[in-house]
Design a protein around this ligand. Structure first.
Ligand SMILES: Cc1cc2nc3c(=O)[nH]c(=O)nc-3n(C[C@H](O)[C@H](O)[C@H](O)COP(=O)(O)O)c2cc1C
Length: 217
């Protein structure tokens, strides 16, 4: 245990070098700034820049978090898709307040989004489902995400069965697959600095208007 502590202590973090974050002339909305940062992450070959942590809250008020893929972003918000029958789907049905977190380590950039996840409706959810690969559609259609798995054979059999169904019905949609949009009310852009003088810019939505301010690091 002692060795692990030392090992962790000696690991590098925020070693840079990072670009400066000039906050004088930022876009009016966090959506625009996020897209600018996402383009940088893609251009700089960040591995899976569209992977984000989504935090939900369960029935007892415990936070729960897992990684999901960002499907889109537009003026309305940040989109993700999942089964409404999954653990997170059930949590969202009860409490739609969520947080999204992105971290792009080699850029020293973190983005934190807080808001409300809203279902986008069956047309868009179906379109998202049909854009998925056969295996990904089969995985969703098994409809047991977050249930107890008793043995791996069951998983293989379920996949085989669903793949057969998809092959003979390529337009089949799994109605519990939902595309959600996170309507944000607070977004923070964090640019790390090797000297620990990090820059934090926080956007807040007030009376339908976005304002922004700096925070102490
Ligand atoms: C990189 C990555 C991407 C993922 N993308 C998704 C996704 O888009 N949708 C999804 O339902 N689960 C995705 N998962 C799996 C989730 O992290 C999670 O294990 C699953 O959705 C069950 O979560 P729940 O029990 O909280 O409902 C992804 C996992 C990783 C590591």
């Amino acid at each position: 245990m002692k060795n692990i502590k030392n090992l962790l202590r000696n690991l590098e973090v925020l070693s840079g070098s990072f670009s400066d974050f000039h906050t004088d002339d930022v876009p009016e909305t966090p959506h625009e700034l996020f897209i600018n940062w996402l383009y940088i992450a893609i251009r700089e070959d960040i591995l899976e820049p569209h992977a984000m942590t989504i935090s939900t809250v369960d029935h007892d008020g415990y936070p729960d978090a897992r990684v999901l893929i960002l499907k889109n972003i537009d003026d309305n918000g940040w989109y993700f898709a999942t089964s409404s029958e999954s653990r997170k789907g059930q949590q969202l049905a009860e409490q739609s307040k969520v947080a999204l977190t992105f971290y792009w380590p080699t850029l020293g950039k973190q983005v934190r989004i807080r808001g409300t996840a809203v279902e986008t409706g069956s047309e868009r959810s179906s379109a998202d489902f049909l854009e998925r690969s056969e295996m990904a559609r089969a995985a969703a259609m098994i409809a047991k995400q977050s249930n107890l798995l008793l043995n791996k054979e069951e998983l293989d059999n379920a996949f085989d069965q669903k793949i057969d169904i998809i092959k003979s019905n390529p337009d089949l949609v799994y109605p519990q697959w939902k595309l959600y949009c996170v309507h944000a009310n607070q977004v923070e852009f964090w640019q790390g600095n090797t000297a620990r003088k990090h820059t934090r810019l926080q956007y807040r939505l007030h009376n339908n208007q976005w304002t922004h301010e700096l925070l102490w690091p």
